[in-house]
Design a protein around this ligand. Structure first.
Ligand SMILES: *[C@@H]1O[C@H](CO)[C@@H](O)[C@H](O)[C@H]1NC(C)=O
Ligand SMILES: *[C@@H]1O[C@H](CO)[C@@H](O)[C@H](O)[C@H]1NC(C)=O
Ligand SMILES: *[C@@H]1O[C@H](CO)[C@@H](O)[C@H](O)[C@H]1NC(C)=O
Ligand SMILES: *[C@@H]1O[C@H](CO)[C@@H](O)[C@H](O)[C@H]1NC(C)=O
Ligand SMILES: *[C@@H]1O[C@H](CO)[C@@H](O)[C@H](O)[C@H]1NC(C)=O
Ligand SMILES: *[C@@H]1O[C@H](CO)[C@@H](O)[C@H](O)[C@H]1NC(C)=O
Length: 206
């Protein structure tokens, strides 16, 4: 029996790594096969969305909610519990915490993919009577693996260091007269500044 080659010894680990990486984010199809619909005759939603939400094991940052629906329906997402309880998407007081997914000009079936980008309570509903009749649910989004780069906020602008002074500032000269332990400590810190300054200057000169 030949001993396992390093490659075959490593590949189960690689497989495990890629499996956990690939399953880091989940797409949740809202309502399952019933989708996100409303029967305007019976005035009833196509599913019990609260029940559906509580049956999901977890919702994490970077997951998507997939709403399979049609042009008669919209999806309103908010982080504001008051907006949710009022079923009110026209609420200017909600501080911009409302996102509307809607396409009334589409013909036929529609899919809205809503990324989960904020931890904590997230609320979803359809406008008007649909919401009042139960076309609404809330979830709690956990951190999970955090946001993937494509959903992350743009990074803040790069930190620009101010140019170092051309002349060595006077505080870099150690005070030999005052050789107390505290003075030595300050001298050590000053030597560190000198070295740092020299490194900066030499890098600027390259
Ligand atoms: C989840 O949905 C998003 C948005 O539609 C899509 O880009 C992504 O490929 C989907 N991921 C999976 C695993 O289906
Ligand atoms: C709405 O419900 C009624 C009664 O159950 C049913 O006959 C009708 O087909 C439903 N409409 C839609 C669009 O599903
Ligand atoms: C939520 O919306 C209500 C109005 O519906 C508003 O008064 C409140 O300030 C909002 N809360 C936050 C945290 O924005
Ligand atoms: C709405 O749907 C129509 C028809 O499918 C499509 O051409 C249009 O780009 C959609 N609008 C938006 C904002 O997605
Ligand atoms: C919508 O689609 C149906 C069949 O797909 C077509 O017969 C109808 O003309 C379309 N209506 C519009 C307004 O595009
Ligand atoms: C939207 O609702 C109207 C009235 O209930 C219905 O006639 C129409 O077929 C629906 N549109 C779609 C795309 O299902």
């Amino acid at each position: 029996m030949a001993p396992p080659t390093p490659i075959s010894a490593i590949s189960p680990l690689l497989l495990l790594f890629f499996t956990s990486w690939a399953s880091a984010y989940t797409n949740h199809t809202v309502g399952g096969p019933s989708g996100w619909f409303f029967n305007s005759t019976t005035k009833s939603p196509s599913a019990d969305f609260t029940k559906w939400a509580s049956a999901q094991s977890s919702f994490n940052l970077g997951d998507y909610l997939i709403f399979n629906t049609n042009s008669n329906q919209s999806v309103i997402q908010t982080y504001n519990a008051t907006t949710y309880k009022l079923c009110n998407a026209d609420d200017d007081a909600s501080n911009g915490d409302i996102f509307i997914y809607d396409n009334s000009t589409a013909n036929g079936s529609l899919t809205f993919a809503v990324p989960l980008t904020k931890e904590g309570p997230n609320y979803f509903f359809d406008d008007g009577v649909e919401c009042e009749k139960g076309m609404a649910f809330q979830i709690s989004v956990k951190h999970g693996k955090g946001l993937p780069p494509n959903l992350n906020q743009p990074p803040p602008p790069a930190y620009v260091e101010s140019p170092p002074p051309l002349d060595p500032p006077p505080y870099l000269v150690p005070d030999s007269q005052d050789a107390s332990p505290a003075g030595n400590g300050v001298g050590g810190a000053n030597m560190g500044l000198v070295v740092f300054g020299l490194v900066l200057v030499s890098r600027l000169m390259v």
